[in-house]
Design a binder for this molecule. Structure first.
Ligand code: ATP
Length: 373
């Protein structure tokens, strides 16, 4: 088990900066997810932790020890890729035991550890099968087995479930998290799938253009996103943004959008002005005939017990997650009220949240009693 720390780590490929100076501590025993779109620098960061890529500058520490210049094989970290990279001519037993045989571990010990690993992964009955006859999920288990059997200090996983179909990915997510809880080894997991990240992580780092834009527990990122980018990346559908222009400041308890006064928790930001955006998640929007912020229904998506209704307002389209039994018609005029605990306020120019604005307040229920300005 290990704490992993990256300090001011930067990676350049020629003149291209793949990872800007980043600092991050991954706690011992935690399940840490690096999340972001293709090309944002997740894999490069992981490869530097593994020792497969040398940082251009900065340090990598494993349990407080500087391992920046130490080669991958000497770091005691196991890497699991999306591509299983199994040996097709060997059976499952041979594949899982391979790293131990390479280390010269005695035969009896190899046998014991392979059996124990197979038990953990519930693939005992497959041990004598050629890997070429296995399903994608079982191959991924074997690849995991080959990492687990080494009993490393930490696991690094790069989109390990990317090749599996959706249903199987959900199952494997649960299994992976369960396995992590039993082994207790620090795990760094790379994915572009926010649902995967939210369901498994103790902490998530959201990356963009080589920069860690925010890191923290999933619910903190979801409820208090540091930027419009993070707010948009997490959640399905993502957070709504209502654009407005004006000035807000300390003590304000409302913002004015298209002439409608929308109550917000008391602002503690010094002062912000210019293009601003009020962020509200679809589950924090409800219809309220008395609410002055109004719009027209332009579509509804049936989701079972709830539906996602899109309402066009002067500040932009707003998606509301409401019960399916509320009948809606295209073109219907509705008033929109927001649950104040679900609101965020952003500087729409820079995209960053007004940090001290709408955070740190107790849930207050729906802000339905909006008055017209
Ligand atoms: P993906 O999920 O597509 O792998 P990622 O977030 O993991 O995306 P990286 O693989 O870390 O992204 O790549 C970050 C950027 O660095 C990309 O633009 C990529 O083209 C570039 N890059 C990665 N490796 C190299 C390399 N060896 N030489 C040049 N550029 C590279």
């Amino acid at each position: 088990m290990a704490e992993i720390r990256i300090e001011n780590v930067r990676k350049e490929f020629g003149s291209f900066v793949a990872v800007q100076s980043s600092t991050l501590t991954i706690e011992d025993g935690s399940f840490f997810v690096m999340l972001g779109p293709s090309g944002c620098g997740k894999t490069t960061t992981l490869r530097m932790i593994a020792g497969l890529e040398l940082p251009t500058s900065g340090r990598i520490l494993l349990d407080g020890e500087d391992v920046t210049m130490r080669r991958a094989a000497a770091r005691d970290i196991a890497f699991v890729f999306q591509m299983y990279a199994l040996y097709p001519h060997m059976d499952v037993r041979g594949n899982i035991g391979f790293p131990l045989r390479c280390q010269g571990v005695p035969r009896a010990e190899v046998k014991r550890r392979v059996a124990e690993t197979a038990r953990l992964l519930r693939i005992g009955p497959l041990l004598d099968r050629p890997v070429s006859t296995l399903s994608g999920g079982d191959r991924q288990r074997v690849a995991l087995g080959r990492a687990i059997v080494r009993e490393p200090k930490a696991f690094l996983m790069d989109e390990p479930l990317g090749a599996l179909d959706t249903e199987f990915r959900h199952l494997m997510c649960t299994e992976l998290r369960d396995l992590h809880d039993r082994l207790g080894a620090t795990t760094v997991y790379v994915t572009h799938d926010q649902l995967e990240a939210m369901s498994m992580a103790d902490r998530i780092a959201v990356m963009r253009h080589g920069v860690i834009e925010q890191s923290g527990p999933p619910q903190d990122l979801y409820d208090r996103p540091a930027s419009m980018y993070v707010a948009d990346f997490l959640g399905s559908p993502p957070m709504n943004f209502l654009a407005f222009r004006g000035a807000v400041g300390r003590g304000d308890r409302q913002v004015v959008i298209d002439g409608a006064e929308v109550p917000v928790p008391e602002l503690r930001e010094d002062r912000a002005e210019g293009p601003l955006a009020l962020g509200v998640r679809p589950e924090h929007v409800r219809f309220d005939d008395a609410a002055p912020l109004r719009g027209a229904v332009v579509g509804a998506e049936y989701m079972g017990t709830t539906q996602i209704v899109t309402v066009a307002t002067a500040g932009g389209a707003v998606k509301a997650r409401i019960p399916s039994n509320r009948l809606v018609r295209d073109g219907e005029r509705v008033g929109l009220a927001f649950r104040s605990a679900g609101l965020s306020l952003f500087d729409a120019g820079s995209g960053w949240a007004l940090r001290s604005a709408l955070h740190d307040f107790a849930p207050q229920g729906f802000a339905g009693g909006v008055r017209h300005g």
